[in-house]
Ligand binder design. Structure first.
Ligand code: SAM
Length: 213
């Protein structure tokens, strides 16, 4: 783990290129069964509802599982991940761009964001959460993985063969940021990491939030 403090280094491009590079290995290692936590969202949605999956990766298992009952749009800035997602989930619509360059054509009933917030610089995470309140309808839902503790930006050299970047707020800070953005936090639970070849069982909190105004 190395501190990601080089002022001139473009860490977003590092993440984008990193996933282009590790897409095959990441997707091969990805757990194929949808996490139970997805159910806390889907049980609240009507059949055919529009759902946006941010940082959709190769589309499995989240977009694929959602597409069985809902109209799914996926966004990811790795062209390799998007190529795979289109193959894996032909029923969904995919856009290859930074989540902050994405402009929704209509509000969604729900947004999912599994294992993606922590790849964005903190200022971008705050901006994205603020925008989410306009991307879902009043009463709309956001289900996202978050993290337990605050962590300053860092990189690791071998994330499925690629250099990768992460940073995150504490769980209580995420809850406060969602509340400030006009959401009510409905539930917080835990989900394991998404892939099979990790060390032990890393737990990521997830948060389900509802837009209230
Ligand atoms: C750990 S993977 C998770 C993929 C998928 N959600 C899953 O559950 O397997 C993170 C994904 O987020 C994407 N990503 C990271 N930062 C992004 C950004 N700023 N804009 C769009 N996609 C981003 C990466 O390209 C990668 O596919």
């Amino acid at each position: 783990m190395k501190p990601a403090t080089e002022p001139r280094r473009d860490y977003k491009t590092l993440v984008q290129r990193g996933y282009d590079l590790c897409s095959e290995r990441y997707t091969a290692a990805r757990r194929l069964e949808p996490p139970e936590s997805l159910g806390v969202l889907t049980e609240r949605l009507r059949e055919g509802a529009r759902v946006l999956d941010l940082g959709c990766g190769g589309g499995v298992p989240i977009a694929k599982s959602l597409s069985e009952r809902f109209e799914v749009t996926g966004v990811d800035f790795s062209s390799e991940q998007i190529r795979r997602a289109k193959e894996n989930v032909p029923a969904a619509t995919f856009h290859c761009c930074d989540v902050l360059d994405y402009i929704p054509e209509h509000p969604f009933a729900a947004v999912t964001a599994f294992y993606v917030l922590f790849h964005l610089p903190k200022t971008d995470q705050l901006e994205l959460i603020r925008r989410l309140s306009t991307w879902v309808k009043p009463g709309g839902l956001v289900l996202t993985t978050i993290t337990e503790s605050d962590q300053a930006p860092y990189t690791e050299d071998d994330f499925f063969g690629a250099t990768m970047y992460w940073t995150n707020f504490s769980r209580s800070k995420y809850e406060a940021v969602f509340q400030d953005a006009g959401f009510r936090v409905l539930s917080v639970g835990a989900v394991g990491h998404g892939y099979r070849d990790g060390e032990g069982f890393e737990r990521h909190p997830f948060l389900l939030a509802e837009r209230i105004h």
